[in-house]
Design a protein around this ligand. Structure first.
Ligand SMILES: C[S@@+](CC[C@H](N)C(=O)[O-])C[C@H]1O[C@@H](n2cnc3c(N)ncnc32)[C@H](O)[C@@H]1O
Length: 277
């Protein structure tokens, strides 16, 4: 079959199943399966797809219609400048988190050799991006999930920053020595309220619950990270944390801290920078 007909077939199946962005998803899947580049298809309209690849493609399309996220099917995703391998059991990075990393890069700009703690590193995207954009930083990245830490280590290696990041399985700060202090504590913790979990779309529910469930009001992990941060911050250190704009009223920042918000793509309060004067 011609490449363009296979893409159209995939798109039709996805439209019928009500999958979002059917044309884009069908094309991405076929490019991934055939290993072709978009330019190959534009230059040669007669490109064909073999029977085996077509079957593999239809299988991938069916996985998508059953609610599996496309990132788990193709096994990778992009974040800022880095390519991240991703498999089931690990949280899929979201574009909003890029704004948090951009802000963190501004906050640590004046510090020559910043030491950074990334709590709940997941696939490692935050730690890896920081190491990628700021050479010479020293990063500790923790996660309570062993699967996540394994994936994050692999991603750091792929992106050439394995020596810059120390990955640790830990419940928040628990595995850290208290005398260790950081210039920056950064996190995108789980922040969906427990009462909202059952209303999440099926594709989101395929992601690990430990990465989604933020407990009561969605703020348990966020408030715990902020409240315990004082013990691990250097004098001029800062916390940069992603938050859910819908639950901002439950954000609990101790009085001794000052803070400012980070704007999301629609001007919402998507993150917070916290520091002491
Ligand atoms: C929303 S995901 C974010 C992952 C990654 N930082 C990102 O932005 O894509 C939250 C992560 O926090 C981890 N996590 C949840 N509870 C934790 C805890 N008590 N201590 C450490 N990590 C935790 C989850 O395993 C998950 O990887």
């Amino acid at each position: 079959m011609f490449y363009r007909d296979v893409v159209r077939l995939g798109e039709q199946i996805l439209v019928q199943a009500g999958v979002e962005d059917p044309a884009w998803a069908s094309e991405i899947l076929l490019l991934y399966i055939t290993g072709k580049k978009k330019i190959d298809i534009y230059l040669d309209r007669e490109v064909k797809v073999g029977e085996r690849e077509r079957k593999y493609f239809i299988n991938a399309i069916n996985r998508l219609t059953s609610g599996e996220p496309i990132q788990y099917i193709i096994g990778e995703t992009f974040f800022m400048d880095v390519v991240i391998n991703i498999k089931k059991g690990v949280f899929i990075p979201r574009p909003e988190t890029e704004l948090i990393v951009e802000q963190a890069l501004k906050e640590i700009f004046p510090v020559k050799t910043a030491s950074i703690l990334d709590i709940g590193t997941g696939s490692g995207v935050i730690a890896i991006s920081l190491a990628h954009f700021r050479k010479g930083v020293e990063i500790v990245a923790t996660d309570i999930s062993e699967i996540a830490i394994k994936q994050a280590r692999e991603n750091a290696k792929i992106n050439g920053v394995r020596d810059d990041i120390c990955f640790v399985i830990s419940d928040m700060y628990a595995a850290l020595k208290q005398e260790k202090k950081f210039d920056l504590i950064i996190s995108n913790p789980p922040y969906i309220p427990d009462t909202e979990i059952s209303r999440l779309p099926p594709n989101v529910l395929q992601e690990p619950m430990i990465a989604l469930n933020g407990g009561k009001n969605g703020m348990q992990a966020i408030n715990r990270i902020i409240q315990e941060s004082e013990l691990y911050l250097k004098n001029n250190g800062k916390v940069v944390i992603e938050i859910d704009p819908d639950n901002i009223e439950y954000l609990d920042i101790p009085e001794y801290y000052r803070y400012k918000f980070i704007q999301g793509f629609s001007g919402e309060k998507r993150g917070c920078v916290i520091w002491k004067d």
